[in-house]
Write a protein that binds this ligand. Sequence first.
Ligand SMILES: [Zn+2]
Length: 81
Amino acid sequence: MTCVECRCEMERRYVAIRERMGGGDILVENVPAWVCPQCGQREISGPVLVAIEALAEALAAEERMGGGRGSRPLRVAPVHA
Ligand SMILES: [Zn+2]
């Protein structure tokens, strides 16, 4: 995997993704991604992004049923994809 920005070799890392949602942000930890050690460019594969989207939607639905939790970011379990 080569960085699109600087052509550096990217590293496999687990990162935290912040996703904007109706009631606030969610923080998804341990997301597998390619990160460029040179410029910090991140590449996350399609299936992983889809999994995060699905997770955000499920959480939003749950929130509508169970009341809000304020604007505090919610930490969620690792995504397996
Ligand atoms: Zn780069």
